[in-house]
Write a protein that binds this ligand. Structure first.
Ligand code: 13P
Length: 254
């Protein structure tokens, strides 16, 4: 059975006190998650170790980073490597978020390299793809997302690909309050799966988890998660409110 994931991307939000309060509220909430269901919390780097400790006894909960650098070590002031993340027990890492692509000029080549180093160190990358508004308005989303996969993912072996999670995050839906409709999400997720099937075969494509991200909230999670090719979500703003994110996790396990 395909893994279903509710992932929280806290982005650059919260002081230490706020991060601890939010994590505590999640730890104390009760969930009935099945073996194929997971929650992944991706806080800012500085809170990773605290959260790993706080969630250590929660079997379905995992910790992820929001980024890692292309190199393993060396004179790269301010950067964090995949090796460092693995060494503190982080399991997931978001790679290629549209905010990294847009504000930090991360290219397809850089993201390919980041996927390589993350996989080399045993991390599970959550690879983000998705088209901006002008591309959607011209109905160019399929070609755009296929190009993102070709640029950064298709050099991986089938074994490497099997350790990836894909997140479809249309840029026009991120932080705008305007989520993709279930029909739009399902269409893109099925398209991404078909691209992966063509490159790697149907079996592996069917086994991959593809998350939806972009203005996902308690009010729309159930209808998006009900789409056959939507295997959960990558949640930004709504993951900063405990009650809201708890409802999203419940929608995953409903
Ligand atoms: P929002 O849920 O705030 O739209 O952000 C989505 C996102 O970018 C998750 O990575």
């Amino acid at each position: 059975m395909r893994k279903k994931i509710a992932a929280a991307n806290w982005k650059m939000n919260g002081t230490l006190t706020e991060a601890r309060q939010l994590a505590e509220a999640l730890v104390h909430a009760s969930f009935s998650l099945h073996d194929h269901q997971q929650v992944v919390i991706c806080p800012p780097f500085v809170y990773l170790m605290m959260l790993r400790e706080m969630f250590a006894q929660q079997p379905h909960w995992h910790i992820g980073a929001q980024n890692c650098f292309t190199e393993v070590s060396g004179a790269y002031t301010g950067e964090i490597s995949a090796a460092m993340l693995a060494s503190i027990g982080v399991e997931y890492v978001i790679i290629g978020h549209s905010e990294r692509r847009q504000y930090f000029h991360e290219t397809g080549d850089m993201l390919a390299r980041k996927l390589d180093v993350a996989l080399q160190h045993g991390l599970k990358p959550i690879f983000c793809c998705g088209e901006p508004l002008d591309v959607r308005q011209q109905e160019g989303q399929d070609a755009y997302v296929l190009q993102q996969l070709q640029d950064s993912v298709f050099h991986l072996s089938a074994e490497q690909l099997s350790r990836l999670v894909i997140a479809y995050e249309p840029v026009w839906a991120i932080g705008t309050g305007l989520n993709a409709t279930p029909e739009q999400a399902q269409q893109m997720h099925a398209f991404i799966r078909s691209c992966l099937a063509e490159q790697y075969g149907a079996e592996i494509a069917q086994s991959l988890t593809i998350l939806y991200g972009g203005s996902l909230k308690a009010a729309n999670a159930a209808e998006l998660f009900a789409c056959p090719d939507v295997d959960g979500g990558l949640v930004g703003g709504a993951s900063l409110k405990a009650a809201e994110f708890i409802q999203i996790v419940h929608a995953l396990s409903a």
